[in-house]
Design a protein around this ligand. Structure first.
Ligand SMILES: C[S@@+](CC[C@H](N)C(=O)[O-])C[C@H]1O[C@@H](n2cnc3c(N)ncnc32)[C@H](O)[C@@H]1O
Length: 278
């Protein structure tokens, strides 16, 4: 079988399910991952013969895409801030809006700061900050080692030094002090589940996404309480937020003594980020 044969099969099988532009992207991600052939390589050599192992993986990818599995979990990696991140279904797929949060932190040119990322997941925020800030000491927390092992692998792959530690946001047990705390905590309420697409609902970790309807600000409350005592003088907190929670999170921060509260919209023009000082 040649790559052109596979291309035809790929589009014939998935064409009615996934839009053409996206499908084209996916096709090239898959052949690059399994055959080490990029777009130009394919154009130059469309009759490349696929070997048996490649054929198995390429067919399996079609089947998983048919079952709505996100491409990032199929190939086990993604890109964030131009860096490569390994993924599995224990960790959320990093989102482009979170790149905007990291860019916001980096726009202050942090130097010699201690920075904590709460709910680090793949480590995308922590590792990118370690990579692109100057002499900062970065810590990442999450709820279990299965998650942190992925984050550790990502820190190693990207040649960065991040200290990862298990901490449960509901009962943080740490006396450490930080200059900057950042978090993208779970912020989707069950009520909003109806609006969520199958590829997210079926495959991404619900623990990373959802918060109890009865207490949607649970994680923000806990993190802000911790931050009040653990941020150094002139410390800063950055949050990614549910666009519907901007007012509520701002009020929480204000009530706990934070000032200079700033909001930022993301590229979809949604209220997505908050920064505040203490
Ligand atoms: C929205 S994800 C963010 C992941 C990553 N920081 C990112 O931006 O892609 C929320 C993270 O919070 C973690 N988390 C959920 N409940 C937690 C808890 N009680 N204690 C610590 N981490 C928790 C999840 O495991 C998940 O990695």
């Amino acid at each position: 079988m040649t790559l052109t044969n596979y291309h035809n099969l790929f589009f014939k099988t998935l064409g009615s399910k996934i839009n053409k532009t996206e499908l084209e992207e996916f096709f090239f991600w898959i052949i690059e991952h399994y055959c080490k052939i990029n777009r130009m390589g394919y154009i130059l050599n469309p009759n490349y013969q696929i070997n048996d192992i490649q054929k198995y993986n390429l067919f399996e990818s079609i089947s998983l895409l048919e079952q709505n599995m996100p491409i990032q979990y199929i190939i086990g990696e993604t890109e964030f801030m131009g860096l490569k991140y390994f993924l599995n279904q224990n960790v959320l797929i990093p989102r482009p809006e979170t790149e905007e949060l990291v860019s916001w932190i980096l726009s202050d040119f942090p130097k010699d700061k201690s920075i904590l990322d709460i709910g680090t997941g793949s480590g995308c925020i922590a590792v990118s900050l370690a990579k692109f800030s100057t002499s900062c000491e970065i810590t990442g927390w999450d709820i279990d080692n299965e998650i942190l092992n992925i984050a550790r692998k990502n820190a190693r792959t990207n040649d960065t030094n991040v200290f990862f530690e298990i901490q449960d946001i509901s009962s943080i047990n740490s006396k450490k002090k930080f200059d900057i705390i950042v978090s993208n905590p779970p912020y989707i309420t069950s009520k909003e589940k109806l609006l969520i697409e199958d590829n997210i609902l079926l495959y991404e970790p619900h623990r990373a996404l959802f918060v109890d309807d009865k207490d949607p600000l649970f994680f923000y409350n806990k993190i802000i309480d911790f931050a009040v005592n653990s941020l150094n003088k002139n410390g800063i907190i950055f949050f990614e937020i549910n666009e519907l929670m901007m007012e509520d999170v701002s009020k929480l921060l204000n009530n706990k003594g934070f000032y200079d509260i700033e909001h930022k919209i993301d590229f979809r023009l949604k209220n997505r980020m908050i920064k505040a000082c203490i």
